[in-house]
Design a protein around this ligand. Structure first.
Ligand code: NDP
Length: 328
């Protein structure tokens, strides 16, 4: 089968299409014939080796990239009772989806519900589960509360805006262009701040009467984290849930005190879908909202497996507005 692999950590040019054997599912595992592999920023971190010392996302080259996929059950290992050949399934946080087939532990798979196409099912896995845990578990938003969501027109941002809005929270978001601001507003953001032209923290403080927001979901990292600490209210929560502009590096605990005794967390999705029950609950919420027409999923681009390099270059250059998938 064909698989997109990394033999050495580095830039998008290090992605190679290799011919490798189709893997066999062991006990408790399922062989999935991949229809769509989702592209996510975590794939860039994996490619660059940013997570090479991570226990949660342990890996080393040569590795097949891709942490999310949707497709059909091709074979099942011993002890797998919940899935049958041909079932449409989706999953995330298991390495190896940039390939024609992938072996996935059965507990990480979810059945794709009627009314959800496989490209959307893939899009709702990694970014969808993240939007769900950020708004429902990490900081369970309540109606009337306020949040600041960075990169509001990105794959994660678009879903998070919608989940926060359906709860009844007021959404502030940052975006890189007027076109992206329009997208964020159309999904429910009350204030879309053009951070290239405006100091977003000052803007949030001004719009909240100097108080700040209850929670900041910061997936941009290095470039935004200090502003995020400024934009959150006293004793609010700042979640640094991504590094799109690079890792934030050192953060002195005293900075949190000075920001108003702020609570800071750096979450991994893996810890919020740690059991089959938890990941299914999030996935089925998302599938149902989508099938009921209550959640919009933007597939920005569908590329071929051999175009994985282009897909990485596009997300790193901020050229996308929604989900990028590889059709396999
Ligand atoms: P997208 O590509 O869809 O969104 C990324 C956006 O971030 C860009 O479009 C851009 O929007 C903005 N951005 C700001 N600075 C930069 C920069 N220097 N380089 C590139 N982009 C930048 O990605 P996703 O929605 O998939 O992911 C967004 C973030 O969420 C990533 O950091 C990812 O790691 C994180 N994430 C974290 C998870 C977790 O559990 N911790 C799980 C899933 C995602 P603009 O043009 O508006 O600035």
């Amino acid at each position: 089968m064909k698989a997109v692999r990394v033999h050495e950590y580095g830039g998008a040019g290090n992605l190679r299409v290799d011919e490798v054997p189709v893997p066999d599912p062991g006990p408790g595992e399922v062989l999935v014939r991949i229809a769509f592999a989702g592209i996510n920023f975590i794939d860039v971190y994996m490619r660059e080796g940013i997570y090479k010392r991570s226990d949660t996302y342990a890996q080393s080259p040569p590795l097949t990239l891709g942490m999310e996929g949707a497709g059909f059950v091709e074979a099942v290992g011993d002890g797998v009772d919940d899935f049958e050949l041909g079932d449409p399934v989706a999953y995330c946080i298991e390495l190896g989806s940039y390939a024609e087939y992938a072996v996935v532990p059965a507990w990480k798979l979810v059945h794709v519900l009627d009314g959800v196409t496989l490209d959307v099912a893939a899009a709702l896995q990694l970014q969808g589960s993240t939007a769900h845990y950020l708004s429902h578990s990490l900081f369970p938003l309540q109606a009337g509360e306020s949040c600041l969501i960075h990169a509001g027109a990105g794959g994660l941002g678009q879903l998070l805006i919608q989940l926060a809005t359906r709860i009844g929270a007021t959404v502030f978001t940052t975006v890189g262009s007027p076109e992206k601001a329009e997208i964020a507003r159309s999904l429910g953001a009350e204030h879309a701040i053009l951070y290239r032209e405006t100091d977003f923290a000052e803007a949030v403080l001004e719009l909240t009467g100097g108080e700040g927001v209850d929670v900041v979901y910061d997936s941009v990292g290095k470039d935004t984290i200090r502003g995020s600490l400024k934009a959150v209210k006293r004793r609010g929560v700042v979640s640094n849930n991504g590094n799109a502009s690079g890792p934030i590096g050192q953060l002195d605990p005293l900075e949190l005190a000075e920001a108003g005794s702020v609570f800071f967390t750096r979450p991994h999705l893996a810890d919020y879908i740690a059991s089959a029950e938890e990941r299914q609950a999030r996935a089925y919420d998302l599938f149902q909202w989508y099938a009921a027409g209550e959640l919009r999923v933007t597939i920005d681009r569908t590329l071929a497996l051999s175009e994985a390099r282009t897909a990485h270059e596009l997300i790193e250059a901020r050229q996308t507005k929604g989900k990028v998938v590889l059709a396999i």
